[in-house]
Design a protein around this ligand. Sequence first.
Ligand code: ADP
Ligand code: MG
Ligand code: MG
Length: 249
Amino acid sequence: KIALSLREVHKSFGEAHIIRGVSLDLSEGERHAFIGPNGAGKSTLFHLISGQFKPSSGEILLGQQPIGGLAAERINRLGLARSFQITNIFPKLSVYENLRLGVMQRFGLQYTLWRPVSGFSRVRELTEQLLEQVRLTRHRDTLGGELSYSEQRSLEIGMTLASDPKVLLLDEPMAGMSREETDYTVDLLRELSAGRTLMIVEHDMDVVFSLCDRISVLVYGQVVATGTPEEVRSNAQVQEAYLGTEVNV
Ligand code: ADP
Ligand code: MG
Ligand code: MG
């Protein structure tokens, strides 16, 4: 079954034609990587899917439901969540409070943030679950801003998962991590993406090869190749357009 479809999606900013006819079907449970040079439009494509930008033309479907141009919160409620290229946690709130905020948003409770929520046992239960899933139980009372860099990314991924999305978009989640932190996060993502469809922008080919079932190569707003990691690696056009060249950091 198809989890997400892009059909001839275009996006222009004024005269600049940034996304130039992207069509792609992602299956349920698929882990799909986007690679490509800096400025290719990877983040823009994610913004279009998650509702930060409206497509200039073309269709985006979440399952059967057209979502192109819907508001981001609406798309989130329909089952799609994303992280951003820059970490997006609340540094002055504890790990537990950060995750609780995510869970409360899921239930439309964002305006009651500063009231006692101890009575909301469902919220508490889900927050505890998330804490464990992202392996931050021992840091429950640590302030977000005091976590290590990779723990901050784990927390951010936890907040992204709070809405229990069917489709999860992660934009360079391993950027700036050491080898060790990257390996840890790959393992965590493999676990957390089980039963979901994952779209990830990632430059580290070791990560892509060990985590993803399929890869799309985006160059100047167009998908120049899609396939398994092996297929893409041996594609001459891809090697010319991307592999072995300077990559986005
Ligand atoms: P990538 O994530 O692949 O590095 P981006 O999607 O961030 O690439 O950017 C692709 C191109 O789109 C860049 O040339 C960037 O300057 C341009 N771009 C992105 N957002 C906007 C915007 N809001 N207005 C105008 N141009 C934009
Ligand atoms: Mg970039
Ligand atoms: Mg980007």
